[in-house]
Design a protein around this ligand. Structure first.
Ligand SMILES: Cc1ncc(COP(=O)(O)O)c(C=O)c1O
Length: 382
């Protein structure tokens, strides 16, 4: 299988991640931080390694400000529902993933918040000035993606944070597509909340995600229960990360994540980004000469992730993806990618498009094979 669906979840995982999963399951898989026996202590250490690894990656001032979540969606829900109050105004974009747009739209339709949606510029980036203009006196939150999972274009999160703060609002960044390939410095950029899955660019297993909350900002939580600390108290601890974490964590997954973060540290963010960008660039160049094939998300290059979104004339996106899988053993994602607004921007709603997303473990041969397969499909039809 040539796997070109890394924007959904990265595959394969580095061998060190698989080894860590096995090692944890065989020797350390006790309940972390709940017990004083050596297995529980070892498990707690792994979870701590994952947390400090994330803090280092994000330049977080304090690792305890990072709470583990089930996935990116869970982290976004915790941020939106834990931060917003009735009557708040929120500025977001027209091209968010459903993981952010649905919680916002749900609160909006319930009459609890007002939402203003800002579209992208022609180059598919989000203008901090447009965000600033959309903010009013009652805007409490700017909730935006660091990179759309359909456009693959990185936004200026520091500029967007400055725009939000100028208007007295906080910023929540959905970093699902950016974390692990774009440098994110929560302290330098002044980010209030950053939500992301850990199973994409961070090479962790599925079932891992995280939410960074800046010091001084306290979110409401909807989950209370066991934390392994102060069991004598009748109420849930208020300090991070316990405030947002209740019950047994996915310690198996977090042990894998700790190894994924170590792999990323050793490899270097820039190397990962350059490889993904160069594969996407080479692929798009190959496609440019094929009649009937249209790349929808502009020219891959700097300021991009490894995503190429395309259509083949006369064929539904799902048909193209099924042919790539069935005849060529190539995995891509077709449809609306849980981001209908982004497809409206590109003019590919409601039919959707084919998303080819490169990862660190892909080679130029993979890009060549995919381009050749798409040329054949475009030439012959079904
Ligand atoms: C931009 C964006 N936000 C949020 C998510 C949701 O992440 P998860 O699938 O881990 O819940 C995704 C996943 O594809 C995404 O691409």
């Amino acid at each position: 299988m040539i796997y070109l669906d890394n924007a959904a979840t990265s595959w394969p995982k580095p061998p060190a991640v698989l080894a860590a999963l096995r090692e944890f399951a065989e020797h350390e898989a006790a309940n972390p931080d709940r017990a004083c026996h050596r297995m529980g202590i070892a498990a707690g250490k792994r979870v701590g390694q994952a947390r400090t690894g994330l803090a280092e990656l994000l330049h977080a001032p304090d690792a305890s400000r990072i709470a583990f979540t089930l996935n990116g969606t869970d982290a976004l829900n915790m941020a939106v529902k834990g931060f917003l109050n009735d009557g708040d105004h929120v500025v977001t974009t027209t091209f968010e993933h459903n993981s952010l747009s649905r919680p916002l739209t749900g609160l909006e339709r319930a009459g609890r918040i007002r939402v203003t949606r800002v579209g992208p510029r022609d180059d598919l980036t989000l203008s901090p000035d447009a965000v600033r203009r959309a903010c009013g006196r009652d805007t409490r939150l700017v909730a935006v993606t660091a990179a759309s999972n359909v456009f693959g274009v990185l936004n200026d999160v520091a500029g967007l944070a400055a725009a939000a703060h100028d208007r007295g609002a906080a910023i929540l960044v959905d970093a699902a597509q950016a974390v692990g390939s774009a440098a994110i410095d929560v302290a330098a950029a002044g980010l209030d909340m950053v939500a992301f899955p850990c199973h994409k660019g961070l090479f962790g297993p599925m079932g891992t995600g995280a939410l960074y909350v800046r010091p001084g900002l306290d979110l409401r939580t909807s989950r209370e229960g066991g934390t392994g600390i102060r069991s004598e108290d009748a109420t849930h601890p208020e300090e991070m990360p316990y405030r947002l974490e209740a019950g047994t964590p996915n310690a198996h997954g977090l042990a894998g994540l700790a190894a994924g973060l170590a792999f990323l540290r050793e490899t270097g963010l820039q190397r990962v980004r350059e490889r993904e960008q160069s594969l996407a660039r080479g692929f798009a160049q190959r496609l440019s000469g094929i009649p009937g094939v249209t790349v929808l998300n502009g020219r891959p290059g700097e300021g991009r992730t490894g995503i190429v979104t395309l259509r083949v004339a006369g064929l539904a996106a799902q048909e193209v993806a099924a042919l790539l899988d069935g005849r060529y053993g190539i995995a891509v994602r077709a449809g609306l990618h849980c981001a209908p607004g982004a497809h409206k921007v590109l003019g590919s709603f409601p039919e959707g498009a084919v998303r080819v997303s490169f990862g660190f473990f892909n080679s130029d041969d993979d890009a060549e094979s995919a381009a050749r397969a798409i040329a054949e499909i475009a030439g012959k039809g079904v």
